[in-house]
Structures are given as structure tokens and as C-alpha cells.
Design a protein around this ligand. Structure first.
Ligand code: ZN
Length: 710
């Protein structure tokens, strides 16, 4: 038996291997990159060596550094885990050359199974079913003959094609001649090789894999199957065992074929044969063999109580399997969910950063394998999986319930994760029935996308803190983020509804609309687009309404509409409103938003601002009140003119207020601005704004001000 093992991996699998070693009394050696210096697995190991910088190719893929660490620590064996160097035959050979045992099959076998074509031929030769297909087609007659043998639908593939190119689908014999001629001539012209062959097209299949364990004495067992059909872009998301809807007879056939094939190729250690399984015909076909421990090995461990990692070590140390196929009993069900640091609501983008809170589920029949803990940092250099939750129960239904309840116990802050998405998947009809194929996630996501679009998007992501807020909830919250108090953009029409007494607002100057007086290119297209988006004719709404029974002139600028430019109309409308208010001795309340000036209209904007400022002064000279609410963003010339001429200037929390945006200022001055520069809170401390008022309090606040100034 080994006395010391080096683990050439990181994260949860390194933790898993270290635990197995500790139980066996083996000293553990961890290797780590600069990014993993404080990782959980490094802390658990007895000895540790830094093997390079954060990028995997400098560290976890750096064979020489790992071998040096193994020799320096006098480790007798290396466990490669999964990924990284686990299926690299050169690394396995290098270990051997240095007198170190590579825990896995021989370099020769890794190499054989690593080449898809050789692996397929090898498996076919030892009698494991492969996807029915042909050798290179000789001519049309040959194609017809082969097609009838293979069955439809089928694919004609170019020998030199790849990456989805040079593939033609044929659904029936009548279409074959046309497709064959096209495929052959396309192959000749595109790939300069007219060699084509055929393969059955499997439309609706499960991804089933068979777990093998083989010692060096010719003993091979198959520990059953796992259903890994729930995948997104070939990445498994949920795995379970045993697979549902497979008859005992078929299961027996699969296990038998896997055992025989592994024996015939002289396989040793743990390995997995991945198959495509067609539910209709109950046929299964070889896809590939993984010559290492799988991420989802814990599913098999849960249902068989056989420790696969320990057996990998025992087998490499020359021990014989001490149980037979007949002694393996599966009388439970297990499901594994992969917990990833990613954002399912933003295209599954990986999420990085420090995990500020971390609580994982506990309880009977619950196993959580992880490489992180509270305070750990998820680095952008590696896989986004931060853990695997495996639950076991006597029946599948109980197992699903247990999994959902365990997922509910998670409390993770600081990074995005896929836990809600997993719960959503576990509730899908197709998953509950077990009748799901490799199309499951694509279908679910497609359906969800349609539902979201129909729902006018169910959630909004806060641009300030990235948290997701339900749209329904948002309406009740005055479109303010409940997590960070960020005030989302709202339409001018919405603001007027919030401020005015119901039904009291009468809009003025609805016919005053912009025209392309200076003949700017694209002006009309842009104007049309803004009108469509906002459902408004112009970038400002003006009129008179009541606020707590008091008449008031109101203007509200529309954020989705031609911001930052007065154009020829915005200033005119606001000017007219001030003139009306002066005439009727009414206070004016304005909601300001602007930014991103259209430079072309500069001169018109400036002329309009001057005109508006004049009207504001007359309104003021007549002793009338003007209150404005600066919303995010209020930048550009507007700020310098009528926005800052108000008697009372209030701002919404976090609103950006200034002549130019911070990016423009930093670029111009080549200086970094202080934190929160130009934010409402910063400007309040400098006396530029009078108060900061949360949107939900604005109606009461303004009423009070009007009351006081009556
Ligand atoms: Zn927020």
C-alpha cells in the first residue's frame, strides 16, 4: 500500500481524494496555483506545494512542476482526479518514467480511448454496440444498400468535415439520391475530399453511462448506470441512478456489454462507458469511454455503498477486487445536482468573487462535496462548479423531494449560483416522469424564454448590484431595487401617475413635436424608434394636475426618449408651461432626466435653454415656487440651465448629476475621480442639492413643500 499520494487537482475532487487517503492512513500532498493558496483542499492536505501561476497551463496542466513536487515530497503515487491531466497519456507515461504510480489505467489505454475513431473501432471489435453506420460509400447503389441496412433518418457525413460542417440529413429513401449527390460534390469542393459515409441519426436519446471497476487480475465489475441526460451544451447539470424507464432485461444487457468490453480491452481501474440510449428501440450505442473518475461518481457510491476513490487507490496498489458482480445491490435512488457559480438568468455567465456567506444543507442521506467555504474566492481561471449535492432515498419521488428541500437550505451570498434554476428543473413534468432526453434542458430553456418574453420578462437585473428583482414586485416597490436602493428608470407617464391625484392631470401641447430642421442623417429613424419604445410623441410631458388637491404645473422628461437634447421642442414645451404657470400663479414641479447629448443639435439646445431660463426667471420674479427632482442621470446642458435654477432641488438616491458623465471627465482630465463623485449623496454634502428623497416618499414630500409655500 502507498504511504504518500500527491493529488494533481484542485477543488472538490481534491478534497474528496484527500478524505479517502486520510481514511486509509495515507499522507496527502496537495499542489496548488497562486490563485488557490488559501483553498480548502490545500488546508486539508498534510503537505503542499505551489506549482505555478493561476492559469491552468502554468500550474495544473504543468506536468514537469507536478512531477517535481511528487519527487520532492517522495509521493509514491499521483491521483489525477478529473479534468486537467487525468486523461493525458503523456502524463501517465511521465509518471511511470519517474517511478511514480499514476492512479488510473495504463498510458496506452488512455491514448486508445482518447482517440474517438480508434475508441469506436476498438469497442465495435469487442462487441459493444456502436451507432449503426457505413464505411466510405462507393457509389449511389452502395449508398442505397447501406441506407436500407442502417435505417432512417440518417446523416451523410463528409470524411474530412468537422464542427458540424459537411453533414446532410436524409429522412427517407426517396431523398437519398439527391442528398448523396449533393453531399459528395460539396465534400469534393469544400474539403477537397469526396469521401462520405453514413450514420444513423438518433433524435431523442438518453445519455446513460456505465461505471466500471477493474483490477489487475482480470476481475471486472459494472456498478450500474447513471442517467446524465440533463445537460446544457454537453455539460451535465443533474445526474441520477438508477436510470428510469429502462427494463431490467435491457439494463442487464448494458451492464453485461460494458463488463465484457472492459475485460476485452484489458481495462484497469475506474472507468466509465458513455452511451446514447434510444428509449423506443431499447438500443444503446457507444459514445466514449472516460478513463478516470467522473464528477458524478458519487451517485454510484450512494446507491452501491462502494467507495470508488478508495478502490482506485487499492487497485493501483495492486489489490484484488474483494466482491463480485453478484454482490452488488442497488436498492436506493440517488440524484446529484451540480452547484455552479454562474448566472442562469444572464446566459449562464460564470460568476466570480468572494463568497461572503455560505451555508450548505445537512441532514440524513445528504452529501455535499465542495471545495469552497465562507470567505473563499471563486476565481475566473477554473471551472465554475463549486460543489455537488447528492441525496439518497428509497424511492425516486422521495429523492426528488429531499433534493428540493436540501437545495432550499443553501444560503450563498457574494456570487451568483444556479440553485433556483436547479429547483425549477426538478419541478418540470418531463423530469418528474423520468421521460427526459438530452434535449431536456434545451427544450426547457426555450420554453422558459418564450414564457419570459410573453410575460414581458419576469425579472429585471439591477444594473447597480446585479441582483434579480421580479417585475411584479418592482411595480410595488416604485421601481427601486430592494437590495441596493438603486432607482430604476421609469417613464414620464409613470411619474405623473405617482405624483398627481387620480384623473387630475391635463396634458398641454401634445401636438408640439420635433422636426428634422437641420437635416441630420438618421434623425427620423431614431425619432421613430424612441417614439415606439416610449409610446410618447415627445421627450417631455407637460401639463397641469392636482397634488393633494393643490393645482400644480408639472413637467416630466422621458428617459427612453432622445435624452440629452432639448431639440427644438423640449425647451419650447417647458417654456410654455412656465409661462402658463406664471400667468395662473401656479407652482412648477419638474422631473429631470438627461444625458448622452446629440452634439449635432447643440446650437438649438442652447437657444432653447436660454429661452427656458428666461421663463423660469419670470416665474420666479412673480413669487412662484419651482421644485425639481433630479433623477438618474441628470447631465449635460440641462443641468447647467433650468434644472439647477429651481428654488428647491431634490434628487433621487444614487442619481448621477453633473455637466458631463464621470467617464468623460476622467478621460478629459486624466485623473481618477473620488468615490461617488457627482452622485446625489456626494452633492448633498457639498450643498448642491437640498435633499435626497426616495421615490415612494416623493408625493408626500412635494405635497408638504407646496403646503408650506401656499
Ligand atoms: Zn440593486
Amino acid at each position: 500500500m502507498f504511504s504518500k499520494i500527491l493529488i494533481a487537482n484542485r477543488g472538490e475532487i481534491a478534497v474528496r481524494i484527500i478524505r479517502a487517503c486520510k481514511e486509509l492512513g495515507i499522507t496527502t500532498v496537495a499542489v496548488f496555483s497562486e490563485a488557490d493558496r488559501h483553498a480548502l483542499y490545500v488546508r486539508l492536505a498534510d503537505e503542499k506545494y505551489c506549482i505555478g501561476d493561476a492559469p491552468a497551463k502554468s500550474s495544473y496542466l504543468n506536468m514537469n512542476n507536478i512531477i517535481v513536487a511528487a519527487l520532492a515530497s517522495k509521493a509514491e503515487a499521483i491521483h489525477p482526479g478529473y479534468g486537467f491531466l487525468s486523461e493525458n497519456h503523456s502524463f501517465a507515461a511521465l509518471c511511470k518514467e519517474n517511478g511514480i504510480v499514476f492512479i488510473g489505467p495504463s498510458a496506452d489505454l488512455i491514448s486508445k480511448m482518447g482517440d474517438k475513431d480508434i475508441a469506436r473501432r476498438t469497442m465495435k471489435n469487442v462487441g459493444f454496440p456502436v451507432i449503426p453506420g457505413s464505411e466510405l460509400l462507393k457509389d449511389l447503389d452502395d449508398a442505397k444498400e447501406q441506407a436500407q441496412r442502417i435505417g432512417f433518418p440518417l446523416l451523410i457525413k463528409a470524411r474530412s468535415g468537422g464542427g458540424g460542417r459537411g453533414i446532410h440529413r436524409v429522412d427517407k429513401l426517396d431523398d437519398l439520391e439527391n442528398a448523396y449527390t449533393r453531399a459528395a460534390s460539396e465534400a469534393a469542393s469544400v474539403f477537397a475530399d469526396d469521401g462520405v459515409y453514413m450514420e444513423r441519426l438518433l433524435l431523442s436519446v438518453k445519455h446513460i453511462e456505465l461505471q466500471i471497476l477493474a483490477d489487475h487480475f482480470g476481475n471486472v465489475v459494472c456498478l450500474g448506470e447513471r442517467d446524465c441526460s440533463a445537460q446544457r451544451k454537453n455539460q451535465k447539470v443533474i445526474e441520477e441512478g438508477p436510470a428510469l424507464l429502462i427494463s431490467d432485461a435491457t439494463r442487464h444487457r448494458m451492464l453485461d456489454a460494458a463488463t465484457k468490453a472492459a475485460k476485452a480491452v484489458g481495462y484497469t481501474n475506474a472507468g466509465t462507458i458513455e452511451c446514447l440510449y434510444d428509449q423506443q428501440s431499447e438500443e444503446f450505442y457507444f459514445m466514449e469511454m472516460n478513463t478516470r473518475i467522473q464528477v458524478e461518481h458519487a451517485v454510484t457510491e450512494a446507491i452501491t455503498s462502494i467507495d470508488l476513490v478508495k478502490w482506485q487507490i487499492w487497485i493501483s496498489a495492486g489489490m484484488k477486487l474483494d466482491f463480485t458482480q453478484a454482490e452488488i445491490h442497488n436498492n436506493t435512488h440517488a440524484i446529484e445536482c451540480r452547484i455552479n457559480a454562474e448566472n442562469p438568468y444572464a446566459g449562464f455567465q460564470p460568476s466570480y468573487g468572494q463568497i461572503t456567506k455560505f451555508h450548505s444543507p445537512e441532514g440524513p442521506f445528504i452529501r455535499f462535496d465542495t471545495g469552497v467555504c465562507e470567505g473563499a474566492t471563486v476565481s475566473p481561471f477554473y471551472d465554475s462548479m463549486i460543489g455537488k449535492l447528492i441525496v439518497t432515498a428509497r424511492t425516486r419521488n422521495e429523492c426528488i423531494q429531499r433534493m428540493k428541500s436540501a437545495l432550499n437550505e443553501f444560503h450563498i451570498s457574494g456570487i451568483h449560483h444556479n440553485i433556483d434554476f436547479l429547483k425549477f428543473l426538478l419541478s418540470q413534468e418531463d423530469f418528474l416522469s423520468g421521460d427526459y432526453t438530452t434535449n431536456f434542458l434545451t427544450d426547457v430553456l426555450e420554453k422558459q424564454k418564450e414564457a419570459d418574453e410573453a410575460n414581458n420578462r419576469a425579472v429585471t437585473q439591477c444594473v447597480n448590484c446585479s441582483q434579480l428583482v421580479q417585475n411584479g414586485e418592482l411595480d410595488e416597490l416604485y421601481h427601486v431595487c430592494p437590495f441596493c436602493n438603486y432607482h430604476f428608470k421609469v417613464s414620464a407617464r409613470q411619474r405623473i401617475t405617482w405624483i398627481c391625484d387620480i384623473g387630475s392631470f391635463v396634458e398641454h401641447d401634445t401636438d408640439l413635436i420635433s422636426q428634422n430642421i437641420l437635416d441630420f442623417p438618421d434623425y427620423d429613424t431614431k425619432l421613430e424608434k424612441s417614439r415606439k419604445e416610449s409610446a410618447e410623441k415627445e421627450a417631455v410631458i407637460c401639463g397641469i394636475g392636482n397634488l393633494s388637491g393643490m393645482p400644480v404645473a408639472i413637467f416630466a422628461m422621458e428617459p427612453s426618449f432622445m435624452m440629452g437634447s432639448m431639440g427644438s421642442v423640449v425647451g419650447e414645451k417647458i417654456t410654455r408651461l412656465f409661462e402658463t404657470a406664471t400667468e395662473k400663479s401656479l407652482p412648477v414641479v419638474g422631473f429631470i432626466v438627461s444625458g448622452g447629448a446629440r452634439m449635432q443639435e447643440g446650437i438649438i439646445s442652447l437657444m432653447q435653454m436660454a429661452k427656458t431660463s428666461g421663463a423660469v426667471r419670470q416665474h420666479n420674479d412673480a413669487g412662484n415656487l419651482y421644485l425639481c427632482v433630479l433623477t438618474n442621470p441628470t447631465t449635460g446642458g440641462v443641468t447647467a440651465s433650468f434644472a439647477m435654477e429651481a428654488d428647491i432641488i431634490v434628487a433621487e438616491p444614487l442619481a448621477l448629476i453633473g455637466f458631463a458623465g464621470p467617464r468623460v471627465i476622467e478621460q478629459t482630465t486624466r485623473q481618477q475621480l473620488p468615490d461617488g463623485f457627482q452622485r446625489a449623496e456626494f452633492l448633498l454634502t457639498k450643498g448642491f442639492v437640498d435633499d435626497i428623497v426616495h421615490r415612494k416618499n416623493q408625493r408626500d414630500y412635494i405635497s408638504l413643500v407646496l403646503e408650506l409655500h401656499k
